[in-house]
Design a binder for this molecule. Structure first.
Ligand code: NAP
Length: 336
């Protein structure tokens, strides 16, 4: 049977995530008969290359999604909030990268390797939320352990690259780094303090709980995706002066005591995961699809607790790849 040719839209096509969407749609040879690209009014009239086509960027307007099968949203929460439901009304699946719909009970929050079964029940266009980038990579590691051994608690410290805060954040790191080396200073615009040669233990805003909203997102999203409301997960998120890729140091307490071989075997057979004997860095993970796990060892004091290092490309599996995999599952597009 011939594969259906899809009509697709990308909102935020000029951004960090949008650019990766365009790259990955080509890389994965998604069958596309029409591609509409959207950005702000500032970009209207400019063009972006897709395969051998120059596609003109459009601003959003009522009716702009009519005739499309699926639209990927990566232009921030306020845009998604208004326009993603409109895309569904106009007949398209909307796959949203922002955080606005993630905790809505009516909306599925999907990592295809973990809870992709949710996508099989759809009978018509729906809005589907893509989880936070730091959550996605953690889910690929935790889900197989949950299934095989049961999870009691998880603690995670993140080391998140500036690309997670968009294109302007990458420019800010580069400009501040150049300036620092010349004993000059570039005033922070995106981050609260200079990010060059620095770690900022604050991503988002501090909530009344004392956690930041980024940390709370990881906690609540994990419970929803793993369908385990009693999982005790705690996170501490740090922005580092790396360009791309998020790293995580993870402590996972299982429901039973197992041997290291069993732990490693379980992760080695997990989809989308690559286990190494030593470790993988952000720079090695940059531009690659898998979630890399390394430095696996048992806790000194608790035989049920394991520590590991988890690295992934936040723009790819943490955003664009996960979104495209959702579309591939909905439209039954296989990858060889
Ligand atoms: N970066 C990550 O690792 C990551 C991971 C997961 C999820 N996300 C989420 O994805 C979204 C985008 O992130 P990003 O990092 O790609 O940001 P970004 O690099 O700053 O890009 C923002 C995009 O939004 C577009 N935009 C701004 N205002 C618009 C408007 N009024 N109408 C239509 N488009 C508009 C921009 O177009 P112009 O070029 O015309 O301004 C640009 O294409 C955010 O919700 C973010 O939280 C990001």
């Amino acid at each position: 049977m011939a594969t259906k040719q899809l009509k697709m839209g990308v909102v935020g096509a000029t951004g960090m995530v949008g650019t990766e969407f365009l790259k990955m749609l080509q890389e994965r040879q998604i069958p596309i008969s029409e591609l509409r690209l959207f950005a702000s009014e500032r970009s209207s009239g400019k063009t972006l290359k897709y395969r051998d086509q120059d596609i003109e960027l459009q601003a959003l307007r009522d009716g702009c999604f009519t005739g499309l099968d699926v639209v990927f949203f990566s232009a921030g929460g306020p845009i998604s909030k208004i326009w993603a439901p409109k895309a569904v009304e106009e007949g398209a699946y909307a796959i949203d990268n922002s955080s606005v719909f993630r905790m809505n009970k009516e909306i599925d929050l999907v990592v295809p390797e973990v809870n992709g079964d949710l996508l099989h029940k759809y009978t018509g266009p729906k809005l589907i939320a893509n989880p936070n980038c730091s959550t996605i990579q953690l889910m690929l590691a935790l889900a197989p352990l949950q299934k095989k051994f049961g999870l009691a608690s998880v603690k995670v410290a993140t080391y998140q690259s500036v690309s997670g805060a968009g294109i302007e954040a990458v420019d800010e790191l580069k400009n501040q780094t150049r300036a620092y080396l010349q004993n000059e200073e570039v005033k922070p615009q995106i981050f609260s303090e200079s990010i060059a040669y620095n770690n900022l233990p604050l991503i988002g805003e501090v909530e009344t709980s004392g956690y930041t909203n980024e940390e709370e997102k990881m906690i609540h999203e994990a419970n929803k995706i793993l369908r385990q409301e009693d999982l005790k997960l705690s996170s501490f998120c740090v922005r580092t002066s790396t360009i791309n890729g998020h790293s995580e140091a993870v402590w996972v307490e299982l429901n039973k005591t197992i041997e290291k071989e069993e732990f490693v075997k379980c992760l080695k057979s997990a989809p989308g995961v690559v286990v190494s004997d030593s470790f993988t860095t952000n720079r090695t993970a940059d531009g690659k699809d898998p979630v890399y796990i390394g430095r696996i060892h048992r806790d000194f004091y608790d035989s049920k607790t394991w520590l590991f290092w988890c690295v992934s490309d936040n723009i790819r599996k943490g955003a664009a790849l996960n979104g495209i995999q959702i579309a591939e599952m909905i439209f039954d597009i296989s990858q060889h």
